[in-house]
Design a protein around this ligand. Structure first.
Ligand SMILES: [Zn+2]
Length: 278
């Protein structure tokens, strides 16, 4: 399995249970992480021993990856673009500012090198409209098509993965989070550590079909341990007693995915991303 995501923590918060589950079944789970999560505030006390936020967040990712049981992590070396409208969008190395074909070429390299049967990335609106998630979605979709194209030349021969999935936000959980947020003193338009997640709008607009639900109950403690690695990102809503954490305990035994390839028939309900894989 090859998982193509934008930041350290994306592998744990949305799909950590699924990754832990497959790693425990003996699947080699590889992660391409486009940035080191350079942007956003981190409490000063958590910066001891680190020169930059990126260094801190890379070490958090390595901690989580070891707990989840990932086989390999490959950074693409882009810079976190921050949320829309911030100066970080304009940095020359910002992921969201790169031509999609350039990012896709790097993903093609890993698909052709690692030969994944299943590829997973962000959904088309990047879960909650984070520009880096959207950029990584676009690059991964392009790469999935190019990797098998014999006319697309790179340093490695073509390879065709069998399935492509987008991780989707669990809608029930989000609806409840929006309802409960005010009780915790949180504005549902300003969720998250950096208050930059407009969950209320995402719940209204983001609606992708769920084609696969993965039951992660057996690994929920492992996912919680991996979550704890990302301590710089655990303020506010995702903190230990935040509404998202409490709701995740309740709804969080499943993680949901939309299948993009092969094109799903109507009403597809898979319980395994490797269903039908040869
Ligand atoms: Zn992210």
């Amino acid at each position: 399995m090859l998982v193509c995501l934008a930041h350290p923590d994306d592998e744990t918060f949305g799909m950590g249970g699924t990754l832990a589950l497959y790693a425990r079944r003996g699947v080699q789970v590889h992660l391409v992480c486009a940035t080191r999560g350079d942007v956003g505030d981190v409490d000063l006390e958590l910066m001891q021993g680190f020169n930059t936020i990126a260094e801190r967040r890379e070490s958090e990712l390595r901690c989580a990856a070891a707990i989840l049981g990932l086989t390999g992590i490959y950074f693409l070396g882009y810079r976190d673009s921050g949320m829309p409208g911030t100066a970080d969008n304009l940095h020359p190395n910002a992921l969201a500012a790169q031509p999609v074909d350039e990012v896709a070429a790097k993903v093609v390299h890993y698909i052709r090198l690692l030969h994944p049967q299943v590829v997973v990335t962000h959904d088309p609106i990047g879960g909650y409209k984070h520009p880096d998630h959207i950029a990584m979605h676009n690059a991964s979709v392009r790469a999935f098509a190019l990797a098998s194209d014999p006319n697309y030349s790179s340093d490695l021969p073509p390879f065709q993965p069998q399935k492509l999935y987008y991780q989707t936000m669990p809608k029930d959980l989000m609806r409840w989070a929006v309802k409960l947020a005010p009780i915790f003193g949180i504005d549902p338009h300003r969720f998250g550590r950096n208050h930059d997640i407009d969950l209320a709008t995402v719940v209204k607009e983001g609606s992708f079909p769920t084609h696969a639900r993965i039951n992660c109950r057996s690994v929920s403690e492992i996912r919680d341990e991996a979550t704890a690695c990302h301590s710089s990102q655990l303020g506010g809503a995702i903190g230990r007693k935040g509404p998202l954490t409490l709701l995740r305990r309740y709804f969080g035994s499943t993680e949901s995915f939309m299948r993009a390839y092969p094109t799903p028939e109507n009403g597809l309900h898979e319980q395994d991303l490797f269903e039908g894989v040869r």
